[in-house]
Ligand binder design. Structure first.
Ligand SMILES: NC(=O)c1ccc[n+]([C@@H]2O[C@H](COP(=O)([O-])OP(=O)(O)OC[C@H]3O[C@@H](n4cnc5c(N)ncnc54)[C@H](O)[C@@H]3O)[C@@H](O)[C@H]2O)c1
Length: 441
């Protein structure tokens, strides 16, 4: 099939590369010329495991091309995915300006019938908006579908190639058949294609992300309860998660959710609920708890070292909002680092892949080290934000030698409290009792 994907970010590029891999001819289009030029040179503008290789293979086999000429992409394709960004507007609602602009561009360029699919995360009713925007520009037939994407950054290829399910919002039999056919190679092992109306498909995406965010905020509230009552949240998590009705995933306490999806999607869904008169109290609470949780490590720091942190140095391990990505959008590390800097501290950080992105957000405010141990030299404490694998089994003896004092504030509960006690570290984590050498509580 001839396919155009508008928007070459995490979702658009993954979609384009995976659909090219199954034999389709795909043109990925983006309005940012520098991005398109970089892609043509074989450079992927963000870190996603395996994507560079897959893109290179499909480019070499002439199934995948890049352009900044959206009209050309539309003219040369029958199926057009809209995978542009939907950032939060000032009031928390999803900013649909990129989606509507893409729809208008499609309408203006169409020279025959097309199927247009919103892959971006968009509020209920957007399929209708997209159809109206296209039909305002053309008399050709357009079939608009909603096909939200559920991939996770860091595992995007695996998620696209083997999705738990594919959700298709279609109101038209031709689009229904075409999209089932397009996705058939990805659902051969029994995972389902769920076909529904466009409004239900649009809500499904937001409801799924809001559910994930709710689990995180819920467990972070339970973690606080554990801290205050002498319990251990990791034990509670195992006890709760082994109930099959609940399951073990997304129950890890930490420094709150971040990234480009959960924060904005919780806000946008709450906003939609308010607009139509549904009660958004549960989502308001999820968001409020998360905002508080993002400040946890800073709070622990201030409690331990005082409000004035001038003359202090803090090492940070992990900057990205989660491992296997360089995405810094809404990363909790930014809250901690800005708070430390505002109190006069020096910050020295390491992340395996996110340092370039972090530099663009935090500028010269912090120092970066290529090796994680180098960040520890002379630091008053180590603060852990991201559960990257190399941080899980570090050389603790070496860490003790490098740090000015053996203090770790761990926002991801990477180590057991007994190990920390045995090694003589002062250790603060989430939902567990602090470890203080000398045994004081
Ligand atoms: N990142 C994720 O993990 C993820 C997962 C599922 C769904 N989503 C959703 O998918 C959508 C895209 O997310 P992303 O992370 O890929 O965003 P992104 O910011 O990485 O990429 C969006 C791209 O669209 C381009 N663009 C903007 N307007 C355009 C236009 N009119 N025509 C062509 N290109 C245009 C931008 O230049 C950018 O390259 C969002 O709605 C997001 O919520 C994201």
């Amino acid at each position: 099939m001839k396919i155009a994907v508008l928007g070459s970010g995490y979702v658009g590029l993954t979609t384009g590369a995976c659909l090219a891999e199954t034999g389709n001819d795909v043109i990925c289009a983006d309005i940012v010329k520098e991005k398109v030029d970089a892609l043509r040179r074989g450079e992927i503008p963000f870190f996603e495991p395996g994507l560079a290789t897959l893109v290179a293979q499909n480019v070499a086999e002439r199934r995948l091309t890049f352009t900044d000429d959206l009209a050309k992409a539309v003219r040369e394709s029958y199926i057009i995915f809209i995978a542009v960004g939907t950032p939060p507007d000032e009031d928390g609602s999803a900013d649909l300006s990129h989606v509507v602009a893409a729809a208008r561009d499609i309408g203006r360029a169409m020279d025959g019938e097309r199927i247009v699919i919103t892959k971006s995360t968009v509020p209920v009713g957007t399929a209708r908006l997209v159809r109206e925007a296209i039909e305002a520009e053309t008399d050709h037939t357009v079939r608009v579908c909603a096909n939200p994407e559920f991939l996770k950054e860091g595992a995007a290829l695996r998620d696209f190639r083997r999705p738990d399910r594919v959700v298709l919002g279609v109101d038209d039999p031709v689009a229904d058949e075409t999209l089932r056919d397009l996705y058939a190679p990805f659902v051969r092992t029994g995972n389902e294609i769920l076909v529904m109306d466009t409004a239900s498909a649009e809500i499904t995406k937001y409801a799924a992300n809001a559910m994930l965010a709710s689990r995180i905020s819920f467990m972070n509230s339970v973690a606080r309860l554990c801290e205050l009552t002498g319990a251990d949240v990791d034990m509670v998590r195992l006890g709760v998660g082994s109930d099959r009705r609940i399951g073990p995933t997304f129950l890890f306490p930490g420094v709150g959710y971040g990234g480009s999806c959960l924060p904005k999607d919780v806000k946008a869904l709450a906003r939609t609920m308010n607009e139509v008169g549904a009660n958004s109290a549960i989502l308001d609470a999820v968001e409020e708890i998360n905002a508080g949780q993002k400040g946890l490590l800073l709070e622990q720091c201030v409690e331990r070292f005082g409000e004035d942190l001038s003359g202090r140095t803090f090492a940070i391990w992990g900057l990205a909002f989660k491992p296997n990505t360089d995405d810094m959008r809404e990363a909790p590390s930014v809250v901690t680092i800005r708070g430390l800097k505002a109190r006069g501290a020096r910050v020295v950080a390491h992340d395996p892949v996110a340092m370039t992105q972090a530099r663009s957000i935090l500028g010269a405010a912090i120092e970066f080290r290529e090796l994680n141990y180098d960040a520890l030299e002379g630091a008053d404490a180590l603060i852990i934000h991201t559960e990257w694998h190399p941080y899980r089994h570090p050389d603790f003896i070496r860490m003790r030698t490098l740090l000015k004092q053996p203090i770790i504030l761990d926002g991801r509960n990477l180590y057991t409290t007994s190990t920390m006690r045995d090694l003589g570290f002062e250790y603060y984590s989430v939902g567990r009792q602090p470890v203080r050498p000398g045994g004081q509580a």
